[in-house]
Design a protein around this ligand. Structure first.
Ligand code: PEP
Ligand code: MN
Length: 293
């Protein structure tokens, strides 16, 4: 079919040629993380937790909050990309201690763990302790990493790089799909723009990317208002807006004492705010026929 809109990110011909596995020419994919958690259905899973797994006590508090709110997906990263290398604490590289905490979480709570991976050599260390591999914005085009992670056949949360188009994002997703791992969940986490409307914010949540991905692709896409805004006061409205534009899920940072969080203390919301937000999302979800899980 002729592409009537040459300005369009992805032409109809490209959908066939370059995106044979991820394009909307395929049946919409429903990605099953467990028997009751799916992305791409009427359910809208919320992945919640701190930026960084600081210690057992704080992550257990988060798990208790998730249980209380009837949620299942925990952010539980033990490898962490930090913009600058100058930190005395090694939160970004918890190593064996981190793996023991992941084991403890699984022993004590019925949660599913979403955990970032940055190096191919570490895949085998966490593979059996987590449920979803997160490939962060900075590694979106690290094709050898995507390929090796895909071979585990575990679901992948692939975050869009802040300077990349949807074309680039779907191209990266193809690297996983071509390994016969169909379980790819995309994530919009903000893009670089000249103005973010706040001094310390670096990105702008590209809400438009959500319907655009859904128009062009068979893969589900979730929204991460926390990383996009970098500002706790905007997380509520941007989460509600993400649900309204049809996001297939949300990633929200929450911490029992956000302003004293080890990493990015301005972006996490506290447990009370999180709890209220989940209630509000559930109310809005009723109107949209979506269930927050
Ligand atoms: C994160 O989710 O912890 C993260 C680092 O996000 P991003 O890759 O989107 O910056
Ligand atoms: Mn971060």
């Amino acid at each position: 079919m002729e592409n009537k809109f040459p300005g369009k990110d992805i032409s109809d011909q490209d959908l066939k040629d370059k995106f044979p596995l991820s394009s909307s020419l395929n049946k919409k994919k429903i990605i099953k993380v467990s028997k009751d958690i799916t992305f791409g259905s009427k359910d809208v899973p919320v992945i919640a937790g701190p930026n960084t797994l600081e210690n057992k006590d704080m992550i257990f508090r988060c798990c208790e909050l998730l249980e209380k709110k009837g949620l299942k997906l925990l952010r539980g990263g033990i490898y962490k990309p930090l913009t600058f290398p100058y930190r005395s604490e090694k939160y970004f590289e918890l190593g064996d201690k981190g793996i023991r905490i992941l084991e403890d979480i699984k022993k004590n709570f019925d949660v599913l763990i979403v955990s970032e991976i940055m190096e191919t050599e570490k895949i085998h260390l966490i593979e059996n302790h987590i449920d979803v591999f997160q490939i962060g914005a900075r590694n979106m085009q690290n094709y050898p990493l995507i390929t090796k992670v895909a071979k585990t056949q575990k679901p992948i949360l692939l975050k869009r790089h802040f300077g990349c188009s949807i074309r680039d994002l779907l191209g990266a997703a193809e690297y996983a799909l071509v390994e016969k791992n169909e379980n790819v969940i995309l994530c919009e986490r903000g893009v670089s723009v000249p103005h973010t409307h706040r001094g310390t914010s670096r990105f702008l949540l590209d809400l438009q990317a959500i319907p655009a991905v859904q128009e062009n692709s068979c893969l589900p896409i979730i929204s991460d208002p926390t990383h996009a805004s970098f500002w706790h006061k905007w997380v509520r409205s941007l989460s509600l807006a993400s649900l309204a534009v049809g996001s297939d899920g949300l990633m929200i940072e929450t911490h029992h004492d956000p302003r004293n969080a080890a990493v990015d203390p301005l972006q996490a919301i506290n447990f009370d705010e999180f709890s209220k937000l989940i209630d509000e999302l559930r109310e809005v979800g009723k109107v949209l026929n979506k269930k927050i899980v």
